[in-house]
Design a protein. Structure first.
Length: 81
Protein backbone atom coordinates (compact mmCIF):
# COMPACT_ATOMS: atom_id res chain seq x y z
CA UNK A 1 0.00 0.00 0.00
CA UNK A 2 1.49 3.32 -1.03
CA UNK A 3 1.25 5.98 1.67
CA UNK A 4 0.90 9.57 0.53
CA UNK A 5 3.44 11.86 2.16
CA UNK A 6 3.50 15.62 1.98
CA UNK A 7 6.90 16.46 3.45
CA UNK A 8 10.33 15.12 4.26
CA UNK A 9 9.28 15.11 7.91
CA UNK A 10 6.57 12.57 6.98
CA UNK A 11 9.22 10.38 5.37
CA UNK A 12 11.38 10.45 8.48
CA UNK A 13 8.43 9.58 10.73
CA UNK A 14 7.45 6.63 8.53
CA UNK A 15 11.04 5.35 8.32
CA UNK A 16 11.26 5.40 12.11
CA UNK A 17 7.80 4.20 13.11
CA UNK A 18 6.00 2.91 10.00
CA UNK A 19 5.15 -0.66 9.19
CA UNK A 20 6.81 -2.61 6.39
CA UNK A 21 4.18 -1.73 3.77
CA UNK A 22 4.21 1.99 4.66
CA UNK A 23 7.99 2.05 4.30
CA UNK A 24 7.91 0.14 1.00
CA UNK A 25 5.38 2.65 -0.35
CA UNK A 26 7.49 5.74 0.34
CA UNK A 27 8.31 8.05 -2.56
CA UNK A 28 9.72 11.55 -2.64
CA UNK A 29 6.99 14.14 -1.98
CA UNK A 30 8.71 16.58 -4.36
CA UNK A 31 9.35 14.51 -7.51
CA UNK A 32 8.05 10.98 -6.77
CA UNK A 33 11.54 9.46 -6.91
CA UNK A 34 12.88 6.48 -4.99
CA UNK A 35 14.07 7.06 -1.44
CA UNK A 36 17.36 5.70 -0.10
CA UNK A 37 18.54 5.86 3.48
CA UNK A 38 21.52 5.08 5.64
CA UNK A 39 21.28 4.71 9.43
CA UNK A 40 24.20 4.21 11.79
CA UNK A 41 22.64 2.66 14.87
CA UNK A 42 25.85 3.08 16.89
CA UNK A 43 25.96 6.87 16.51
CA UNK A 44 22.29 7.56 15.77
CA UNK A 45 23.16 9.45 12.58
CA UNK A 46 21.15 9.07 9.40
CA UNK A 47 20.85 10.28 5.83
CA UNK A 48 17.74 10.14 3.67
CA UNK A 49 18.00 10.92 -0.04
CA UNK A 50 15.77 11.15 -3.09
CA UNK A 51 17.26 9.16 -5.97
CA UNK A 52 14.95 10.96 -8.41
CA UNK A 53 15.23 14.21 -10.31
CA UNK A 54 15.10 16.61 -7.35
CA UNK A 55 17.95 15.01 -5.35
CA UNK A 56 16.57 16.17 -1.97
CA UNK A 57 18.83 15.14 0.90
CA UNK A 58 18.35 15.11 4.65
CA UNK A 59 20.82 14.42 7.45
CA UNK A 60 19.91 13.91 11.05
CA UNK A 61 20.83 12.48 14.39
CA UNK A 62 18.54 10.35 16.50
CA UNK A 63 18.59 8.36 19.69
CA UNK A 64 21.44 5.83 19.79
CA UNK A 65 19.27 3.43 21.82
CA UNK A 66 16.41 3.33 19.30
CA UNK A 67 16.48 1.21 16.15
CA UNK A 68 14.14 2.58 13.47
CA UNK A 69 11.63 0.19 11.92
CA UNK A 70 13.21 0.61 8.48
CA UNK A 71 16.48 -0.79 9.87
CA UNK A 72 14.65 -3.68 11.54
CA UNK A 73 12.91 -4.59 8.27
CA UNK A 74 15.49 -3.75 5.57
CA UNK A 75 18.89 -3.09 7.17
CA UNK A 76 21.01 0.01 7.84
CA UNK A 77 21.46 0.95 4.15
CA UNK A 78 18.65 0.51 1.65
CA UNK A 79 16.97 1.95 -1.43
CA UNK A 80 13.20 1.58 -1.44
CA UNK A 81 12.25 0.09 -4.80
Amino acid sequence: MEKHVESWEDISIILYDGNKEEIRGLRCPVCGGKISYSFDTKTGSNTIKCEGSCGMYSRGHGDTGYIPNCVKYFGEVYTIE
